[in-house]
Write a protein that binds this ligand. Structure first.
Ligand code: DX5
Ligand code: ZN
Length: 214
């Protein structure tokens, strides 16, 4: 699956930018609160407007403190996948349960330096595990290959445990880095600058699919 990140799109033309990435599986929307990360983007009203503007399912990546307070509202609005950060809450299980109860898939995100081991016991509580391959906050950073070890561990656990868990990666994914991530076992690739920095975003999405399989 390919999920273009609108962080690298033109924020004045979000509806058109969503349409320009046709052929994508999900559209990735980065919600930043200038507190959990040192950057500020958009919130629920803009996400609601995007839901009206596109048929592509939305994948909201909440880089915010107190995710339990906000995440269910994104699910209720109609977002397909609502991902929150493990580092932002003491109680990831209840946040995930609230997201599922509100009708969305629940995703748990781990920063590059956050180990997987403390969360192994709760993998069944989430539908998506987002492995960050850059420090969250900004697009256009370089891919951190060291996180692929975490992806490999996760892939093994998902396959042997027959878990219904999607492995997603976010940060620095482009035609040069996507193959290594695919080989390590990623199911869903977020790409911001590689899609919206391209002349033709839909062609860039198609090229990423080819590069992942190459
Ligand atoms: C970073 C965001 C990413 C970002 C990726 O904090 O979570 O989704 O848009 O951008 P690229 O693909 O340019 O690294
Ligand atoms: Zn993201």
């Amino acid at each position: 699956m390919i999920a273009p990140s609108l962080l690298s799109a033109d924020f004045a033309r979000l509806g058109e930018e969503a349409a320009a990435a046709h052929g994508s599986d999900w559209l990735h929307v980065d919600v930043m609160d200038n507190h959990f990360v040192p950057n500020l983007t958009l919130g629920l009203p803009v996400v609601q407007a995007l839901l009206r503007a596109t048929d592509i399912p939305l994948d909201c990546h909440l880089m915010i403190t107190e995710p339990g307070r906000w995440a269910p509202a994104y699910a209720e609005a109609g977002v397909r996948n609502v991902t929150f950060h493990a580092e932002a809450t003491q109680d990831p299980v209840s946040v995930a349960r609230d997201i599922r109860a509100a009708g969305a898939r629940a995703g748990l995100a781990l920063k590059p330096g956050t180990p997987l081991e403390p969360y192994l016991a709760i993998l069944a509580e989430v539908d998506t595990l987002l492995v960050m391959s850059v420090e969250p906050g900004f697009g256009g950073q370089s891919f951190m290959p060291e996180v692929l070890e975490k992806v490999r561990t996760l892939r093994g656990l998902v396959d042997t445990g027959h878990l219904e868990l999607l492995v997603e990666i976010d940060g620095g994914i482009n035609a040069d880095t996507i193959h290594a991530a695919a080989e390590a076992g990623v199911d869903c690739f977020v790409a911001g600058s590689a899609v919206y920095g391209a002349e033709d975003p839909a062609a860039a999405v198609a090229a990423l699919r080819v590069a992942a399989a190459a």
